[in-house]
Write a new protein. Structure first.
Length: 199
């Protein structure tokens, strides 16, 4: 739990300047984001993204700061998901930590986090990482709903089946439906190893 809190704090630190930002570039004047409606969200191709704008405005108001906070929060969630995927892939705990920290501070997603309109990418990434984590854990029932939510956030998520296929090709598939490379040992949240129960 301490590392998860650290990742949240690190994300806030890295994007502290963005939290004070106004509506930028592709955000337009903010009217399309700060005046959402459930009807508009339902008919829009990126329904989940516009639904998140609606929920953000209803809960925290129309200020650009509250919308930026939402983006930074999603980025922190994605960093935590990267950590847990690394652990499920049986990476050494320091390597999983490093991967999550690198994701949190890497400049590649800066436009998605800094622009409010970049939420589509952040939200679709959250659902895609969730689907990957579900696949690695053998929770196959969760993959299709998460995939649908990812595509309804941003259409780039259509690549997820290929990504999952490559992961499962490398990892294989266990008899219990979980990823073979995740069955060598189970790992507690603090990174200590625990023997996998005999099946």
């Amino acid at each position: 739990m301490m590392l998860e809190l650290f990742l949240v704090g690190l994300s806030v630190l890295v994007y502290a300047l963005a939290l004070r930002g106004k509506f930028l570039f592709s955000d337009g004047d903010g009217s399309g984001i700060t005046q959402p409606s459930l009807r508009a969200a339902w008919i829009h191709m990126r329904r989940m993204t516009h639904l998140s704008y609606w929920l953000n405005v209803k809960l925290f108001g129309k200020s650009s700061t509250s919308l930026h906070v939402g983006n930074v929060f999603l980025h922190a969630v994605n960093s935590i998901l990267v950590l847990h995927i690394g652990m499920m892939l049986d990476m050494p705990y320091p390597a999983a930590q490093l991967a999550a920290i690198a994701y949190a501070v890497h400049p590649l997603p800066v436009s998605a986090v800094a622009y409010i309109s970049g939420r589509a990418m952040l939200l679709s990434t959250s659902f895609m990482l969730g689907a990957i984590l579900a696949a690695l854990a053998g929770h196959w029932w969760a993959i299709v709903p998460l995939y649908a939510l990812a595509v309804l956030s941003k259409e780039d998520a259509a690549i997820l089946p290929l990504t999952l296929g490559l992961i499962l090709l490398v990892c294989g598939n266990g008899r219990d439906g979980s990823c073979c490379c995740c069955r060598r040992r189970s790992r507690s949240i603090d990174g200590t190893d625990r023997p996998t129960p005999a099946t």
